[in-house]
Write a protein that binds this ligand. Structure first.
Ligand code: ADP
Ligand code: MG
Length: 403
């Protein structure tokens, strides 16, 4: 895969290269030119964590890092997949033999999209696909969603399916949930499909209504740093399912469809009722986190709409404390990013994504950005951790056709 979080990997150079590279690789591989080239970004989530499976609110932004696909149609029922970023040759599959949980490694993500499109009745008759990506993998920045969404968009265009971006996101999520077998929510694919330049995406994950919220960091002299800790603790796998089950149990005990339906002003009373009903103390904590983070999404929207971007910092800090102490999905490396950045003068910071490693975000004055990044690196070195990858999250465009 592309070197983790290397700032040089951010495609800030000639946009023509971003198109030519996958197109040339396609031609070398399949012997003729592709019909087009598409891109879909990775994302970071500004606020609203572990809320998307509770019908709650999220607020991601797209990164400049993208997965790109050069694609041509086939009519013979064959699906040929290649990624320049992983060893191994072309993966050849028959589209009418695609079925969930067959393995296929990385190729299950794009193959799952073809399967999900066909399951939904869309006439996809085969394709040759060449993929490459600058989204760091396994860093909580949604390299998998970028792969799914770029595949869905390319096939949507080539086969004239006419699906709007949010439906492509739903196809990508179905591929990941049902075909690959990863129980993710809808946030990642929606972010990759629907984000726009200079905005964060406010998304209601119950009805998928959305709004582009202006998030112009440089106009406010600010920067949002992504700090990739480069660790992934094994604990994370079971923990997600356990948190999810706990949230569902909490909602059921409160007689709610989901925790989305618990308003923030009623939280204290609800938590008392939950504790009195004999609910596990972990369930009480999970409920407090989810309802609190939904409220923090509302706070951030109000601040951004009012143009008070700096004031988002303390909301990020509060979100981190909640993820660390109530949901308990942080880890020493993520906590160290937040504490060392704060001590060096950051405006606020929190872990982002599923936790147990992956990435944190840090909101900082542009003038302090290098000092804060240096302080985080020094803290990691002093603690004996590997050097983190640090780069600015510039709110970027969602999925699009390049050529
Ligand atoms: P994340 O989405 O947070 O990066 P995931 O574990 O959900 O982490 O997805 C990572 C997986 O996606 C990789 O293990 C690989 O299977 C697949 N993937 C991502 N980018 C690429 C790529 N450029 N080429 C091939 N497979 C990729
Ligand atoms: Mg993923």
């Amino acid at each position: 895969m592309t070197e983790h979080s290397d700032p040089a990997a951010v495609p800030t150079g000639d946009p023509a290269d971003a198109t030519r590279e996958p197109a040339d690789a396609f031609t070398a591989l399949y012997g003729s030119a592709p019909e087009g080239v598409w891109a879909a970004p990775g994302r970071v989530n500004l606020i609203g964590e572990y809320t998307d499976f509770n019908d709650g609110f999220v607020m991601p932004l797209a990164l400049p890092h993208t997965a790109r696909a050069a694609v041509a149609r086939r009519t013979d029922g064959e699906l040929r997949l290649h990624s320049s970023d992983v060893p191994g040759g072309v993966v050849r599959l028959r589209i009418d033999e695609l079925a969930p949980h067959q393995g296929h490694g990385w190729a299950a993500y794009p193959a799952g999209v073809v399967w999900a499109l066909r399951e939904a009745g869309h006439p996809v008759s085969g394709a040759d696909i060449q993929l490459t990506s600058t989204v760091p993998t396994g860093a909580g920045l949604s390299s998998s969603a970028a792969l799914e969404v770029v595949t869905a968009l390319a096939l949507n265009d080539l086969f004239g399916l006419g699906l709007p971006a949010p439906e492509l996101a739903v196809i990508g999520q179905r591929a990941e949930n049902a075909f690959v077998g990863v129980p993710c929510g809808i946030m990642d694919q929606m972010a990759s499909a629907c984000c726009t330049d200079g905005h964060a995406l406010y998304l209601d994950t119950r009805d998928l209504t959305q709004r582009q919220v202006p998030f112009d960091l440089s106009a406010h002299g600010l920067r949002l740093l992504v700090v990739d800790t480069r660790v992934k603790h094994a604990l994370g796998d079971g923990a997600y399912a356990e948190r999810r089950a706990g949230c569902e149990a909490g909602a059921a005990a409160l007689g709610l469809r989901t925790l989305r339906d618990l308003p923030f002003p009623g939280l204290g009373t609800a938590l008392e009722a939950l504790a009195a009903s004999g609910a596990d103390e972990s369930v009480v904590r999970y409920v407090r986190h989810v309802v609190g983070d939904n409220e923090r999404v509302r706070q951030v929207i109000a601040l951004l709409d009012a143009g008070d971007v700096r004031a988002v910092g303390p909301v990020l800090d509060a979100g981190h404390v909640s993820l660390r102490d109530d949901l308990r999905v942080s880890c020493p490396e993520l906590d160290l990013v937040v504490s060392s950045a704060g001590e060096a003068g950051a405006l606020g910071a929190r872990m982002t994504g599923g936790g147990f490693g992956g990435s944190a975000i840090v909101l900082v004055d542009e003038a302090r950005a290098d000092a804060v990044a240096g302080a985080v690196r020094a803290a990691f070195a002093a603690a004996g951790h590997a050097e983190p990858g640090i780069f600015p999250a510039v709110p970027s465009a969602g999925a699009r056709r390049l050529a």
